[in-house]
Ligand binder design. Structure first.
Ligand code: SF4
Ligand code: SF4
Length: 283
């Protein structure tokens, strides 16, 4: 995102809406400026503020006159009075920022908006997590901290070394150079994004091992990390295998969402169609 210095009148409204704190009023040029390295191209500034089309010269003059009389002329707080935002035509690799940060832009790799994955939330039709398996979502950067791919790579490399299966329909998986090493493409490693989710699954016996591994690696990662766990219910609608392991590890698992199995199964081979799936949250 860029701000047109010819149009900006330095009212400061946009500095409050940027979740990354990437907009500041440059004291030298006296205009709002975007720190491009910190900007994740989420478009919250552009979409979150109404754009008025006041004449910048007129607004600056009025503000100066008011200032002379020790008065302030400020636009409404949810408005950019001069429509000063100038979104760029993003190219690779910067465009990856927007894909992971603007929730209205679908990921090309999966066609899903937001973080680009449905996770286990649609397990009743996708059958990602089967009986005897446990699925993990490892989320980076949310809320409002952001993350760079080289930080995510610390986790993917460790998980790959442990021989986990990365979810195919996940945008981070599609950006891995090599699933056996967990390395992410070199050309995006320094790109900063709002948030991302790594998805893996393992046999249920490895639940504790993986959670302990995530605990260890997250200490080395320079952002917030959130762990989600998904498992299938039994025929009575209960989950009595993974939940006790989580409790043993000190979590108090709550049933977050339950898929009731009314959808049409889209993945082959399909899981037992009438079996529900129970994502368990540890957040
Ligand atoms: S809201 Fe618009 S005019 Fe005000 S500081 Fe931001 S870019 Fe400049
Ligand atoms: S696009 Fe998002 S991160 Fe970039 S300046 Fe605007 S609000 Fe901040």
């Amino acid at each position: 995102m860029r701000i047109d210095p010819q149009k900006c009148v330095a009212c400061g409204n946009c500095t409050y809406v940027c979740p990354m704190g990437a907009i500041y009023i440059d004291p030298v040029i006296r205009r709002a400026t975007v720190d491009r390295d910190e900007c994740v191209e989420c478009y919250a500034c552009y979409n979150g503020l109404s754009q008025e089309h006041l004449n910048p010269t007129m607004v600056r003059t009025v503000r100066k006159v008011f200032q002379f009389f020790r008065l302030r002329f400020e636009p409404e707080p949810d408005v950019c009075p001069t429509a000063a935002f100038a979104p760029e035509d993003l190219t690779w690799p910067r465009i990856v920022r927007r894909a992971f940060s603007d929730p209205r832009v679908p990921h090309e790799s999966t066609g899903v908006e937001g973080r680009g994955t449905e996770e286990v939330k649609t397990n009743d039709v996708s059958g990602r997590v089967q009986t005897g398996e446990v699925g993990f979502t490892i989320e980076f950067g949310r809320p409002a901290v952001g993350v760079r791919f080289h930080e995510i790579q610390k986790m993917t490399m460790r998980l790959a070394k442990a021989g986990v299966a990365f979810e195919k329909k996940n945008p981070i998986t599609t950006l891995l150079k090599d699933e056996t090493t967990g390395e992410i493409r070199d050309d995006i490693l320094d790109e900063k994004i709002m948030s991302a989710i790594v998805e893996i699954k393992v046999p249920v016996e490895r639940t504790e091992e993986i959670i302990r591994m995530v605990w260890e690696v997250e200490k080395e990662v320079d952002t917030v990390v959130c762990l989600g766990v998904g498992a299938r219910c039994d025929e009575t609608g209960r989950e009595n295998i993974v939940a006790p392991i989580l409790e043993q590890l000190g979590y108090h698992p709550e049933r977050a969402k339950t898929n009731i199995g009314l959808g049409r199964i889209t993945n082959k081979p399909a899981a037992e169609p009438r079996t529900a799936a129970e994502p368990v949250t540890t957040r």
